[in-house]
Design a protein around this ligand. Sequence first.
Ligand code: F6R
Length: 243
Amino acid sequence: MEVVIVPDAEAGGELIAEAMAQLLGRRPDALLGVATGSTPLPVYQALAARVRSGAVDTSRARIAQLDEYVGLPAEHPESYRSVLRREVLEPLGVPMAAFMGPDGTAEDIPGACEAYDRALAEAGGVDLQLLGIGTDGHIGFNEPCSSLASRTRIKTLTEQTRIDNARFFDGDIDQVPQHVITQGIGTILEARHLVLLATGEGKAEAVAATVEGPIAAVCPASALQLHPHATVVVDEAAASELK
Ligand code: F6R
C-alpha cells in the first residue's frame, strides 16, 4: 500500500485527477469507479477542469457506481445516481449511457445486487476505484464487521451513518433511507487500482487503523492492505494519527 500525504484536500484532488487523466490517456474507455460524499468533490472538480481545457478526453470513459440507496426513485435528487449525474457525469461530459449502477428500486434486490456484480465483470472490471472513508473505517457502505470477502448486497445503515447523511435530506433523519446496496469489500478489491482519499482531522483515526492497524473487519478499509495496487491519499490533518 502506498500512502501519499498532501498539504490539503485540493492538492489531493489534483493528484488523483491527474492519475485518472493519465489512465484515460492510456485507456480512453477506462471504467472509473466513483464514490459519493464530500471528500471526492475536489477530484471531480480537478478532472472536470482538465476536460474543459481539452487536456483529457472523456468521450469513451465509463463510470461505475459504488453504492445506492434502496427505495429512492432514480430521479430523486439524493439518489446516488442523481448525485453522480450532477457531480461527475455532467461536469465530465460523460453520457448516462456510459454509466452503470445497481438498481435500488428493483423488486428483487438480491437479484439486482448479483446482476450488478455480473455487469461489472462483463464490463471488464473497474480500472480505478475512488473511495472515501467513514469515520468508523467504512468503505462504500460496508460498515464495521462487514465480511472482507463480501459481494454487492443490501445493507442496513447504522444510526450514525443516517445521522451523518441527514444533511442531504433537509436535516431530517426520517427521510434517510434505512437500506442501501453497496459493492462488497470483495467486489471493491477486484478493481485494478484502489485510490482512497481522506481529508480532515475527523478521518485521522480511521486512516491510522486502515494503514497501520491489523487487517480486520472492524475497520473495513483495512482490506486495502490485501490489494496489490492501493494508494491512500491523505491531507496532513487526516495523516495526523499515523506513526
Ligand atoms: C459513499 C461512500 C462512503 C463515503 C464515506 C465518507 O459513496 O462510499 O463510504 O465515502 O461515508 O463520506 P464523506 O466523504 O462525505 O466524508
